[in-house]
Structure formats: C-alpha cells, structure tokens
Design a protein around this ligand. Sequence first.
Ligand code: AMP
Length: 392
Amino acid sequence: MKILVLNSGSSSIKFQLFSMEKHEVLCHGLIEKIGEKLGHFKIKFGEKELQKDENIKDHSFGLSILQEVLVEEGILKNFDELGGVGHRVVHGGDFFDRAVLVNDEVVRKIEELSSLAPLHNPVNLLGIKALAKEYPKLKQVAVFDTAFHQTLPKTAYIYALPYEQYTKNHVRRYGFHGTSHSFVAKEAAKKLGKDMDEANLITIHLGNGDSITAIKNGKSIDTSMGLTPLEGLVMGTRCGDIDPAIIFYLSRKLGLNIDELDKMLNKQSGLKGICGDNDMREIEKRVKAKDEMAKLALEIFCYRVKKYIGAYSVAIGKVDAIVFTGGIGENSSTVREMVCEGLEDSLGIELDTEKNLNRNDIISKDSSKIKIFVIPTNEELEIAQQCYKIVS
Ligand code: AMP
C-alpha cells in the first residue's frame, strides 16, 4: 500500500510517498512559493532529482503537479491509487487524542481549534480540502502534533490561573512535537527490549524548536511546551520559560503592544536573542573561536535541558533511558556532552565521551544506570504508520 504524507504550510507543501510493505520512501520533495508569481516544485526519487519553476496558484494546483509527475515517472496511476494520505495537523486541542480519518465533522473541528493555532491549523487544512475536492474517495488521515500528550494528567496540564480560563477558554498545556516524541520513544523501547507500555523515558527533541517529554509506561505524562510551542526549553528564536511578568514590565516600560511582544518572544529571543545566531552550527564555531556571547547562549541552552531532565526524572520515578533527537540532538556531540555533564552522581546518567563523539546509537557507559540513546526522528514515517493503521 502506498501512503502519501503531506505537511502543508501557508505557501508550501512538503511531501513524502511511502511503500508500506516495502518499508521504502518512493519519493519526497517540496512544493513552495505557492501563490507567488513563480512557484517552485522539487522532487527526489532515490538519486534522481527533478525541479521546475512555474506559477502554482494554490495548494490544489501544487498537488495536481505532484500527481502529474508521479504518473509520468510511473510511480502512481493517479491519487486514487493511494491507500491513504496522512496530514500533519498541529493542534488537536483536547478533542483529538489520536489520529483520525478525515470527514466533514473532523474538518469542522480542526477549523474550530484554529483559535489555538491560528498560524497552523488553517493552513494544514488547505491540503486536506484541496484533495477532498478533487478526490472525494481518497482516505485522508489527520495526525496531530498534540495527540501524544493527551495522556498528561491534570496536575501536569492545568496552569495555576483562574480555573475558568481552562473550562471556558481551553487554556491548558497541550504540548507539541508529539509525532517525534512518540516515534523515538517506540524506537527506544525496541532498543531496550521492552514493550512501549513498559518504557520509562525522557525524550529530548532539540532542533529549531525544542521540547522535552517525560514518558512513563509508554505514555506522555509531562512535556515542556504548553498552550503554544513557546514554553519550555530555550529555542532557536523562542524564549521558552520566562517570568510572565516580564511581559507586563516591558509593555509598561517600553510601551510595546501585544504584537510587538509576541514577535520579541517568538522571533527575536532564544539563542538568537542572546548571541545573534540561531543556527547551532554557527554558535559552536563561534564558541571554538572563544566568542563569549555564543558560549553564554550555548550554556543557557544546555542548562535548561539539564534542569528539565532533573524535574522529569522525579516525575517519572525510575527512568530507563534518555533519548536525544532533532537536528541538534542528533548531530551536536557538544550539546549532548554539556547536557549530560554532572548528571553522573545525581541521576546515574554516565556519558561515554568516545561513543558520543562517534555518534553511536547508545552513547552511555556500560555502567550507566540510565541509558543514553541518539535516535534520528522521522515524523513523516510516524505519520505514514499512523495513517496506515487507520486506513487498513
Ligand atoms: P531541525 O529543526 O530538527 O531541522 O534542527 C535544526 C538545528 O539543528 C539547527 O540549529 C542546526 O544548526 C542544528 N544542526 C544541524 N546539524 C548540526 C550539526 N552537525 N551540529 C550542530 N547542530 C546542527
């Protein structure tokens, strides 16, 4: 069965086509600059790459180009041949605790949840609606970033605000990066030789966006992102945890309005806010060149992760393994070393420096009470697998 995975943004669609039986990626690519004068289409099949520039007036037209190319290349007869299409949808609120087959009611609910993710949910729906119109028989599945965290207990998801902000306005912790945490957790359970519902893990997704999740008996019991993906760890341009009163203070002192503060916290803070760079590779280069601000940014970044590992170890009780994933988690031995430094005696987390530099799958010492894994995330595959489970 062939499953197409789509991640639709406002002016782009990322896609990947899987053959589920063969466990194979048949092709992947990107449709971008949708709605601009000149759009761009790029697709890779193994070694072969194809690109074209043309006006792509909307998502529907972009997907028709994709179908045309797949037919020309002999990969599909048409989209109706697909077993299903899995869509990434950012916010499922507290309504969706798992992936679902899309119907009119599901579309309406995702639209309703747009108030919680105004930049994401409406654009995630563009791909769903475009396909539903052209191929009404096609089975489409919505896979939510928030769904994996719907197992959080109330003690972890209720903020200490007036309770009616939860009951009336749905203000609570939702958590994000759920497909990534879920994927690496399942892989980690396999490595431990345990069933998922026996695995106790701390999964650490470090990329442009960063989040950390406490998993007890295979279920997410706490996670660092909150109502929105702004809370928690220090990120590329997002501040993560701050004293909320900073917002009132800056508003009063500088006369900044809500939109300006929103921009500051989401786009001008984090690593970039501290040292001017949000790309970890650049920061590491600058640290090697003895740049003090880059060093400070890196230290703050790692200290925040370390603090959460401590907190989540207590929340879980007995941790089997911690898992690094995401662009930084998978590739930066420096970050992994700085995060684990000093956790030997307190938590029994012992990093093997050589294995870490070689980027082995397991980078802890044999004597480490808690194992340390590096597991590449694969959100597209996770979406394809969840879609496959539902359509078959
Ligand atoms: P992601 O959002 O998961 O694609 O991750 C993007 C982040 O990963 C950026 O901050 C990159 O600088 C970082 N990254 C990618 N490769 C490396 C590397 N080899 N060393 C350090 N950071 C890296």
